[in-house]
Design a protein around this ligand. Structure first.
Ligand code: GDP
Ligand code: MG
Length: 309
């Protein structure tokens, strides 16, 4: 991965800030971390969007190991926090790979969901480009029929990515759009259909009902589909992302998260918070507005960079 997080001038990394407080006192090496240091660690993790659950888990482990005399040096401290973060990110296994239909059982269908403005359409365009570069034939389906502009925006991404496109009339039923897109994919020998969706309707329950209907129609048409239902979240909104994940996971079977706009925040803890809270893996991260600014999520690299970047 490239540099993940935003640089803010002379900003100190999270780790520099943690160790500033924790190692002010040379007695740490003798007695372990004092209560003040642990509280400061807790504050810093919370301020970096790790969320209450993951923060308490991390500080509990640090406190415990410190008391047992197993955190005596800065290196041991850093390794402990990094290892525990990785443990949270990998709970349930290393499941960050995208799932595709078995040969002959396609096309693969990915449903892209999330509230307005998080980066859904952009992510859909970038993902189309990425999959096409891997040699797959891709089709984008305009399932956000709520705003006329959204259909046009997706068409532009299809052109940019050099992939197929199935549009819709504004106000059309997104489930019907998905249905038609899968038929089109079959007749054009397309491998992967990416369905963009609306992020806002008249009410939130309308939106959830509409998305659930798309999911149902797709599942009826292809066994095992949608192969991925990816919730796109905006990394800059911090704990709001948790509320969004909760709402969407109640209506849909989410298979993965995409954290867009990581390049626009200096905080990455939300990735850890989401995993601890929902057990849904982050599969992709958005690192810019350009067509190639989408990367697979690498837990090990992330665990290191969230502290030291
Ligand atoms: N910096 C940055 N901007 C992004 C990223 N992903 C999306 N955006 C921007 O976020 C804004 C909203 O994106 P859009 O795809 O229209 O969101 P949607 O409403 O969820 O479909 C646009 O200005 C995008 O360029 C990202 O990874 N990094
Ligand atoms: Mg959109």
């Amino acid at each position: 991965m490239a540099r993940l997080f935003k640089r803010e001038g002379e900003r100190k990394s999270l780790w520099q800030r943690i160790k500033d407080v924790a190692f002010m006192d040379a007695t740490v090496a003798m007695k372990g971390l004092d209560q003040g240091s642990l509280e400061r660690l807790e504050e810093l993790l919370l301020a970096n969007d790790f969320g209450v659950k993951a923060t308490l888990r991390l500080t509990d482990v640090v406190e415990d190991l410190s008391r047992k005399g197993r955190i005596r040096t800065e290196r041991e401290f850093l390794e402990t926090v990094e290892r525990e973060i990785l443990g949270i990110l990998r709970a349930g296994g290393e499941d960050t790979a995208l799932r595709f239909a078995a040969p002959g059982a396609g096309p693969t269908v990915f449903l892209m969901v999330g509230v307005n403005g998080v980066g859904k359409t952009t992510t859909t365009g970038k993902l189309a480009y990425r999959l096409r570069k891997q040699g797959r034939r891709v089709l984008l389906a305009a399932g956000d029929t709520f705003r006329a502009g959204a259909i046009e925006q997706l068409r532009l991404w299809a052109d940019r990515a050099g992939v197929d496109f199935v549009g819709a009339q504004p106000g059309a039923d997104p489930a019907a759009v998905a249905f038609d897109a899968i038929d089109a994919a079959r007749s054009r020998a397309v491998d992967v259909v990416l369905i963009d969706t609306a992020g806002r309707l008249h009410t939130q329950s309308d939106l959830m009902a509409e998305l659930a209907k798309v999911e149902r129609v797709v599942a009826k048409k292809i066994e095992g589909a949608p192969h991925e239902t990816l919730l796109v979240l905006d990394a800059t909104v911090g704990q709001n992302a948790t509320a969004q994940a909760r709402t969407f996971s109640q209506a849909l079977k989410l298979s993965g998260l995409v954290l867009a706009k990581l390049d626009s925040t200096a905080k990455g803890g939300i990735v850890v918070a989401l995993r601890e809270e929902f057990g849904i893996p982050v599969k992709l991260i958005g690192t810019g507005e350009g067509i190639d600014a989408l990367e697979p999520f690498d837990a090990r690299e992330f665990a290191r960079e969230v502290l030291t970047d």
